[in-house]
Design a protein around this ligand. Sequence first.
Ligand code: CP
Length: 308
Amino acid sequence: MSELSVKHLLGIKYLNEKDIQLIFETADHFKEVINRSIKKVPSLRDITIANIFFENSTRTKLSFELAEKRLSADVLNFSASQSSVKKGETLIDTVNNILSMKVDMVVMRHPNPGAGIFLSKHVNASIVNAGDGAHEHPTQALLDSYSIREKLGDVSGKNVVIVGDILHSRVALSNIFALKLQGANVKVCGPKTLIPKYIKSLGVDVETNLEKALQWCDVANMLRIQNERMDISYFPTTREYTQQFGVNKATLDKLDKEIVIMHPGPINRGVEITSDVADSKQSIILHQVENGVAIRMAVIYLLASKIK
Ligand code: CP
């Protein structure tokens, strides 16, 4: 039987192409399940999962919780803002206390890059990274590639541009790793100040002209400016950013082809994309969210099969 090469999902960096294909094939099965009238399977009846979120989330938190419930796992939800972390408890103590209640898997979002990697070395449970600072967001990248595969038939050979705040984006880094593993061509586009110096070492080209980037691509993945990770200004004004790097209907109408528009959410409407683009038929934003549940069911199911 096929299994993942890893015990934890800490980042796309630790996966190989076979892992991604296995996750997608498993997600295909679960997508079919969650579209039935009975959307639940008993696969993880004996597994308990804790979702511990030290940063805000709408999509990822709800999507993991729903995926776990669809698999019949027992689910604990932990929000740092209402916990004893506020009284000074360390991350390892917090998680070990949760694990002593016989928890098998921890899904964690944390503001510090590498928090999941650190935890995986100190506690005895399978760890799933639900976003660690500006480092990785592996399930987002998996659902993004899965959505491209669903829309365009394959990821290999497709031209994908990631637009916006690349410097502070875990979505960008995980997407770059995932897309390159699957043979896509990847460019990034944004203000030079928001593009990391090391980006070319990842096999990614830089295009600072949005129109040229969009003319080249099959898919544009639009990112939010991560103001919460900035302590200085990286561009003069939001208005100027939008004029240079925002996508609106007129920008798309100028292209000689129809490209696919993606966004991981949350969207700042009118900044990186206008509403008429976000809600257009070219946009697959809500399909990404839908696919997130099947992808997370696949990841949890495959990791759980390694701890049984
Ligand atoms: N895409 C994403 O991670 O969204 P949330 O921050 O709402 O989970």
